[in-house]
Design a protein around this ligand. Structure first.
Ligand SMILES: NC(=O)c1ccc[n+]([C@@H]2O[C@H](COP(=O)([O-])OP(=O)(O)OC[C@H]3O[C@@H](n4cnc5c(N)ncnc54)[C@H](O)[C@@H]3O)[C@@H](O)[C@H]2O)c1
Length: 265
């Protein structure tokens, strides 16, 4: 299979659904061998089987990346299978709701383990492989909540702000090694995570109504599609993005461009 990522090996976390799945499919269509990592085993196997049926080269690695050995182990599995690792897309994430007051320490630590520490661990294991090869690319899915917060997402927003700091550190430390790291900050995107949030918060409203309401808050008037985020991840992973390093790129229909304060006429 030819394409922008021909002969590359990519590892994508959170690849059983949403943005991670769309990114894995996109990288696979563009020629990469793709290692799909997720802790939802059956959806992961289904996603991998669907990609294999389309002629793509795929390895499914069930792993809870919130655990140190499993986060490190998924990189080892990729290298054992394919002998190299060119692209890492860290898309796995969890978003429980809570203020600082009503977030337990255990919940806080779990959010940080999955959303931030896993990226540290996967990078820690992947970068030496990339150094030995002469380069590689890391793309981290952060959030607009890395840049501005909404209500009751204290742990999530803090972990996602941390993703930007970690991304910048990798970018600065390894730029001369041919390794680039960038973060993507999506606004609301229609994925299982967003639908779960809609279900949890909908009250008397329907999930579709909730999603349309979130869409209306975005200047373009709709929520994003997972494929749109995947397209940016694929671009950042490819050679046309060679001069993009340490960036936090919003893809949010204009949400971060919009001032929330309404001025009097
Ligand atoms: N959907 C949005 O509106 C939105 C907006 C901004 C940022 N994001 C971020 O984008 C990323 C993808 O989100 P999504 O909306 O596609 O979510 P999703 O829930 O649809 O998909 C996330 C995937 O990560 C997996 N995952 C969760 N915990 C894991 C763990 N411990 N180990 C391995 N896999 C695990 C899940 O099983 C799931 O398949 C997340 O980091 C999320 O924070 C999403």
């Amino acid at each position: 299979m030819t394409g922008a990522h021909h002969e590359k090996v990519a590892l994508v976390t959170g690849a059983a659904g949403g943005i991670g799945l769309a990114t894995a499919e996109r990288l696979g269509r563009e020629g990469a061998a793709v290692v799909l990592v997720d802790n939802q085993v059956e959806p992961l196997q289904r996603a991998a089987a669907a990609m294999v049926a389309q002629g793509q080269t795929v390895l499914a690695v069930p792993a809870d990346i919130g655990k140190e050995d499993e986060a490190l182990g998924c990189v080892d599995a990729a290298v054992d299978a394919f002998g190299r690792l060119d692209i890492v897309v860290n898309a796995a994430g969890i978003q429980p709701y809570g203020t600082v007051v009503d977030t337990d320490l255990a919940d806080w630590e779990r959010v940080f383990a999955v959303n931030l520490t896993a990226i540290f661990l996967i990078s820690k294991r992947a970068i030496p492989m990339m150094l030995a090869q002469g380069g590689g690319v890391i793309v981290n899915i952060a959030s607009v909540q890395s840049l501005a917060s909404s209500a009751r997402v204290a742990a999530y927003a803090a972990s996602k702000a941390g993703v930007l700091g970690l991304t910048r550190s990798i970018a600065v430390d390894h730029a001369r090694d041919g390794i680039r790291a960038n973060a993507i900050c999506p606004g609301s995107v229609d994925t299982p995570l967003l639908r779960f949030s809609a279900e949890a918060n909908r009250g008397d409203r329907s999930v579709e109504d909730m999603i349309a309401g979130w869409g209306a808050m975005h200047p373009v008037g709709r929520v994003g599609r997972a494929e749109e985020i995947a397209g940016l991840a694929s671009y950042l992973a490819g050679p046309d993005a060679a001069f993009i390093n340490g960036a936090a790129i919003t893809i949010d229909g204009g949400v971060m461009a919009k001032l929330g304060i309404v001025l009097p006429e």
